[in-house]
Design a protein around this ligand. Structure first.
Ligand code: ADP
Ligand code: MG
Length: 700
């Protein structure tokens, strides 16, 4: 695209500040800005004027409908379209959109998961406009970002607690800044830049795989001759077909004001990544949801399918999402920037300590925030961070903290200079911060990168927990400092105490190392929740409920509902997988092997008919092996079906999730191993669906 075109296209489908300024009167614009920036109540007359301007703008761009766009607990976005048309007395129609319709919507929401929050007598929920996130046009629909609540005021979505957590952090961070003598800052916001990984495969191959269609991941598939062992895909040359997809995707994202910036090939074949420029957390969350949706839509236009599942293929890396997170003031000052001499920068150190303490105190909440059936396949599988949460700080910062803890002077080591050993390359300053890709939570110079998220996760959950936990650390600090006789002495003592109490969470080594897991759990007492059923019930541990309710992020009832919904989602996801496996085994895999063994047997018989003396060793051996495998596959399929059926006896969702973890998933692995073995022995033309090789190397 030409330079001019990019700047024209960017944000062209967004009712952003520029459009507001040009379409609203001065007064209305100012009232709306006040609502956006300070959360002031929006007057109905203002809302009417804004709605009218929005509609005029949307209609001029070809929109015919509007929707309140929201993020229910399914993890994806929801929308219900209403057209702007209203009958006019002359029997024709006019296009109308009122302030009331802008501010509040009432989708018939009884089918969204609520975990018991919405009693059946009050099945309605309502959506409320989030004016801090701009409205935009998708297709022919004006989308209004909203929060989704029950009539009792309980959040039925992910955005409401996210906004509450941002407010909680803002409140506590402001107390700290005031203590440091800052009187001008008006608010503190967190920012997020989520790096998104995904796979692209040919549509015609996807269409032949029931597992991909029903579950988003492959449930069978023998290892192809080539996987990712050559490391030739990471940052490799992008194929023209993928390049065309990325160009199209960028344009669609830019139209929506999404700052898609970086794209490259990832480690696994067919795997890619897209990173936007960071934004305020709630907007980054909206944008990431939109990005995932548009990635899939644009793929369809290119006859491709974009897989966002955490682990679409066994044996090659799965996909994650890196949540780059920082805290900044409304003046644009990043509170996680160390400055020139970090050891002198007390305010930075306090915020750093707040994060360390938060991650240590609430390891469980961070693990819970990324827990899904899909992500359980990645964490701890030597391709993504382990399920143990730890923080990477880098040598320099760790040495500084060590000096503070032990009252030693910090010997201001110069940044070491990296010599590359090739004369034509220049010397450059070695980044003393992270290039450690194995850490779940890494300090990367002026931000933290939380790397445990799965590719399909909404980033809302991780940021809710992170914001809340850091708000709690800051609250404890502010409580103590506000009452301190001598600020500097108290500050020093508190930083020192935090380091002492929480240094166990700092780990700069290789997170993939088995010995680290041993050390983390046995020596340091860190948590290691391997699966979703292991961690999820801890959402309701007293310390977690107390903290999250104290900061007004969740009501206890909301937490109970979330725990139930997340476990229910987990159970349903695995049951669908198990049922899909059974279906594929019985209807596709066994018949295919039967067909092949019959053909082999016939060919052996024919050969024998020609001459008694001919040996049909190969055919006989293969037929025998495959016949045994067929029996074993049939047997394991029966067992799996029985395991799934027995779940019906368990009413309690926690018990059910344990049964799935302990009984269903192992049976699925056993069945898969047999089928994969059979695949490797069956002639290609008999195999009923595309192989790993086809899928991973099919985009050419
Ligand atoms: P990588 O992790 O691959 O080295 P980058 O350092 O380029 O990537 O950054 C990755 C993401 O971090 C991008 O989305 C970027 O916008 C985001 N990011 C950069 N600075 C900040 C910040 N201060 N706060 C939040 N996100 C940030
Ligand atoms: Mg990264």
């Amino acid at each position: 695209m030409e330079q001019q075109k990019v700047t024209d296209v960017f944000g062209s489908m967004v009712f952003d500040d520029r459009v507001m300024r040009s379409t609203l009167s001065e007064d209305i614009y100012r009232s709306l800005k006040k609502t956006i920036e300070q959360g002031a109540q929006l007057d109905l007359s203002v809302a009417n004027a804004v709605a009218d301007a929005m509609k005029e703008w949307a209609v001029s761009k070809g929109a015919t409908h509007y929707t309140h766009w929201f993020q229910p607990l399914t993890g994806i976005t929801a929308e219900k379209h209403d057209s702007f048309i209203t009958p006019s007395p002359d029997g024709r129609i006019i296009m109308e959109f009122s302030g009331k319709e802008l501010i509040k919507g009432e989708p018939d929401a009884s089918s969204f998961p609520s975990g018991g929050l919405r009693a059946t007598f009050e099945a309605r929920g309502y959506t409320a406009w989030d004016p801090t996130s701009y409205a935009f046009i998708k297709g022919k629909t004006l989308c209004i970002p909203t929060a989704f609540c029950s009539y009792g005021g309980e959040a039925l979505d992910k955005k409401t607690p996210l906004l509450r957590s941002m407010e909680a952090l803002n409140k506590q961070a402001m107390r700290i800044l005031r203590l440091f003598g800052n009187t001008t800052v008006k608010c503190v916001r967190t920012s997020v830049g989520p790096e998104q990984e995904y796979f692209l495969i040919p549509k015609e191959m996807y269409d032949k795989r029931k597992d991909l269609i029903y579950t988003g991941r492959t449930l069978f598939g023998a290892k192809p001759p080539k996987g990712q062992e050559l490391d030739d895909h990471y940052f490799g040359v992008i194929k023209p077909r993928v390049e065309a997809y990325m160009a199209d995707l960028n344009e669609e994202l830019w139209k929506l004001g999404i700052l898609a910036k970086t794209e490259h090939n990832e480690v696994a074949p067919a795997q890619h990544e897209l990173a936007p420029i960071y934004k305020t957390t709630n907007i980054a969350t909206d944008h990431n949801q939109l990005t995932m949706e548009i990635m899939q839509k644009v793929a369809a236009r290119h006859n491709l399918v974009c897989l966002l599942h955490e682990k679409p293929f066994a044996g090659v890396n799965g996909s994650g999402k890196h949540n780059n997170w920082s805290i900044a003031t409304d003046k644009g000052v990043n509170l996680l920037t160390p400055g020139d001499t970090p050891e002198d920068n007390a305010q930075f150190l306090l915020f750093l300590c707040a994060v360390l303490k938060a991650v240590d105190d609430y390891q469980d909440l961070l693990r819970i925030a990324v827990a899904t059936a899909g992500n359980d396949h990645r964490l701890g599988a030597n391709e993504a961070p382990p399920a143990v949460v730890s923080v990477f700080l880098g040598d320099e910062l760790t040495a500084i903290l060590d000096a503070i803890e032990n009252d030693k002077p910090y010997s201001g080591r110069k940044k070491s200079v990296l010599k590359l050993g090739v004369d034509v390359l220049p010397y450059f300053q070695k980044d003393t911060t992270d290039r450690n890709r194995t850490s779940p939570f890494a300090f990367t110079g002026n931000k933290f990168e939380f790397r445990m998220l799965g590719s399909s996760n909404s980033i809302a959950c991780a940021n809710i927990m992170l914001n809340s936990a850091v708000a709690e650390s800051l609250k404890q600090y502010a409580d103590r400092l506000e009452g301190a006789e001598d600020f500097n002495t108290a500050l020093h003592a508190m930083i020192k105490k935090t380091i002492k109490d929480h240094k166990r969470i700092i780990f700069n080594g290789n997170g993939y190392d088995e010995s680290w897991i041993k050390e983390a759990t046995e020596k340091r007492g860190l948590l290691n929740y391997r699966t979703t059923p292991d961690c999820m019930p801890h959402l309701l541990d007293k310390k977690n409920v107390d903290m999250l309710t104290a900061h007004g992020v969740y009501y206890e009832s909301e937490l109970k509902s979330r725990c139930e919904i997340m476990l229910d989602n987990y159970c349903k996801a695995v049951i669908i997988e198990a049922n899909t496996m059974t279906d594929m085994a019985l209807k596709q895999i066994i018949p295919a092997i039967e067909e092949y063994t019959t053909a082999l047997a016939e060919s052996a018989a024919k050969k024998k008919a020609v001459a008694e003396a001919i040996s049909c060793c190969y055919e006989q051996k293969t037929v025998t092996k495959l016949s045994v495998l067929i029996d074993q596959i049939a047997y394991r399929t029966e067992e799996l079906t029985a395991a799934v059926a027995s779940l019906a006896e368990t009413g309690d969702i926690v018990e059910k999730s344990y049964a799935i973890r302990d009984k269903v998933l192992p049976k699925m692995s056993q069945l898969r191993a047999l089928a994969d073995e059979a695949e490797s022995m069956t002639a290609e033309k008999y195999w009923p669906f595309p192989t790993y090789g086809d899928l991973l190397f099919g985009v050419r």
